[in-house]
Design a protein around this ligand. Structure first.
Ligand code: HEC
Ligand code: HEC
Length: 95
């Protein structure tokens, strides 16, 4: 190979490494973004006396009690624009 051709090969190799690195960091960034996104937005189950007893119950068991207070007639009604509320603890995490 002439010196020129060798240079071309070197440049190609270097570009491949750069592209792979870019692709990898995009992927890692996306995964971190997805892992972080949900938890930051939705309020967690409060760590107070009212909610303490729900921390250790199985989720479905605990969710039966939420509506006692978080219903339109309860002491702490949900906001009007609350999303579908089928499984409270899927969105309002306990940790
Ligand atoms: C699909 C996800 C989801 C489910 C299921 C869900 N919630 Fe929510 N909840 C939210 C979001 C989003 C908000 C808006 C506030 C926020 O950003 O955290 C909210 C807000 C609330 C608030 C208070 C908001 C305020 O203004 O202080 C309460 C209390 C609440 N939810 C209770 C419940 C209860 C009880 C259930 C089950 C009957 C339930 N949620 C089910 C997502 C959910
Ligand atoms: C005995 C009544 C009662 C029950 C049962 C109850 N809550 Fe609450 N909840 C309250 C009250 C009162 C508040 C507001 C004061 C506070 O943060 O404790 C509240 C606040 C909340 C908040 C936070 C709202 C905010 O703005 O930070 C969430 C989320 C929530 N409850 C979810 C639940 C879920 C899920 C359940 C069922 C596992 C549940 N609650 C059961 C009375 C109750």
């Amino acid at each position: 190979m002439s010196e020129k051709e060798e240079n071309k090969v070197e440049v190609k190799k270097r570009n491949t490494i750069i592209y792979n690195a870019l692709f990898l960091s995009l992927g890692v960034g996306l995964v971190i973004f997805l892992l972080n996104a949900p938890e930051e937005t939705t309020v967690k189950l409060p760590k107070d006396e009212i909610h303490a007893k729900f921390m250790d119950l199985p989720k479905k068991e605990a969710e039966k009690s939420c509506e006692q207070c978080h219903s339109p007639e309860g002491e702490s009604p949900l906001p009007e624009d609350h999303p579908p509320k089928y499984r409270c603890l899927f969105c309002h995490k306990r940790d």
